[in-house]
Design a protein around this ligand. Sequence first.
Ligand code: HEC
Length: 143
Amino acid sequence: MPFLLLLFSFHSTNKKKSNSLENPWYAPKWADTLTHVKIYEPDFIKAGQKIYLAHCIVCHGEKGRGDGESGFGLSIPPGDLNDPFTLNESDGSIYWKITNGRKPMPEYITKLKDEERWQLVAFIRDIQKENLAKKENRKPKKK
Ligand code: HEC
């Protein structure tokens, strides 16, 4: 009986994470070449935060952990914007995903201006900055 219980809990934890693992979301390669010069400018980040609060927090939660109230019960969970997958993504890839969406994540190509979508990328990079810094530190130093 304890063995069966163990099997069951293993199965259910697996299930929760399965979406992003089984069917990862990739932007097209060319999207990696896109970027915006203002991405680290405080005004840009601030503007992005404002848009994030209006459009994204409902699903993605305040810190991007995917714990917004509308995020629960979606067919695919919003995930964590601080997970290694997203930390390793290019600015252009994140921009492309905000632009095009993938159900149940809406597309913002018509709802937000181009610049506003880049401001969101700036804000997401800001949410990630502590983890991004850790990642930098882990890289072997160039000689
Ligand atoms: C209705 C809920 C919902 C809203 C609103 C929403 N998202 Fe999402 N978002 C999702 C879901 C669900 C996913 C995962 C989709 C998938 O993996 O197929 C996602 C994925 C993403 C990703 C991709 C993460 C990755 O690394 O693959 C980014 C970036 C993102 N959202 C940003 C935003 C931004 C910025 C906004 C606001 C403009 C926003 N989202 C609004 C539900 C939402």
